[in-house]
Write a protein that binds this ligand. Sequence first.
Ligand SMILES: NC(=O)c1ccc[n+]([C@@H]2O[C@H](COP(=O)([O-])OP(=O)(O)OC[C@H]3O[C@@H](n4cnc5c(N)ncnc54)[C@H](OP(=O)(O)O)[C@@H]3O)[C@@H](O)[C@H]2O)c1
Length: 290
Amino acid sequence: MNMKTKVLILGSTGRLGGALRRHYGARHELLCPARHDINLGEPASLNDALRRLDFDILVNCAGITSPDACEREPALAARINHESPVIMAGECQRRGARMIQISTDYVFGGEGREPLDEDAAADPVNVYGRTKRDAETGVLAACPSALVARVSWLFGSGGAFADQVLRDLREGREVQAIEDKWSVPTSVDSVARWLEALWSPGTSGLIHLCNSGSATWRSYGQEVVDQSFGLGLLQHRPEVRGNSLDDFPHFAARRPRFTVMSNARLAGLLGCEVPAWQEDLGRWLRSLRA
Ligand SMILES: NC(=O)c1ccc[n+]([C@@H]2O[C@H](COP(=O)([O-])OP(=O)(O)OC[C@H]3O[C@@H](n4cnc5c(N)ncnc54)[C@H](OP(=O)(O)O)[C@@H]3O)[C@@H](O)[C@H]2O)c1
């Protein structure tokens, strides 16, 4: 008898979806349709497409994740980031499947200075954040047993800020990074493990899936440099120079300044401390060396 859980991953070609595919592939039966199989920009056809698939759990990692792209194409962003996840949630509710929607720290407005828990008001300042906040509300209304997992500043699967820092330094460029914007760098490998630990007990509602601690882009970049130098991944140890969010007036989308999330709910559910981001960063950098 096949006892494997059937997991449908949308967005499996992306940074987080790719990591989930890697983690779950050996233990679960995965369905990973590509954009040409299921295009979330066309929500009208989504119900039919989903009904043809057999799954126990749907993890939606797909979306337009560039805030500037969302600002330039708000209607498309709404279809992909908001309307389609709500349809997924309705289908999960209908068939009794587990719905997991991935969300973001960008649902927060960024004016505070204390870590934000799941009860903090979501007051997004750009189209990306609004479409993701609307999806959170819509998904939980359509499927109250859904889990809506907010993540932030992901690293560990290529294409992240940490990869960019290493590439720039290896190619002889100096690194500058914003020092007046705060969040929590978070390992995709840890997110994959946390999600798996949470899906079977049926945890529902909002949850912050992030490592412990906080960083600015500058301090994050400096940690990448320092640890990489210590591991021999870099031959020199330059200083990451700081600049300000105000130095980027050409961004199409406003950025929230402070979106550090509290992971207390996650720690309580796991029954253990959540590792600091520096610890998971080190684990990932050591895997690059290996
Ligand atoms: N990366 C971060 O630091 C970060 C921070 C906070 C929250 N998040 C959240 O985490 C989730 C995953 O982010 P990520 O960084 O892994 O995203 P990503 O690398 O940008 O990948 C996005 C995925 O969505 C798919 N997609 C985009 N438009 C689509 C469409 N019209 N139809 C079907 N699929 C479509 C992409 O497919 P293609 O390959 O075809 O383009 C890709 O697989 C998102 O919900 C994001 O909001 C990420």
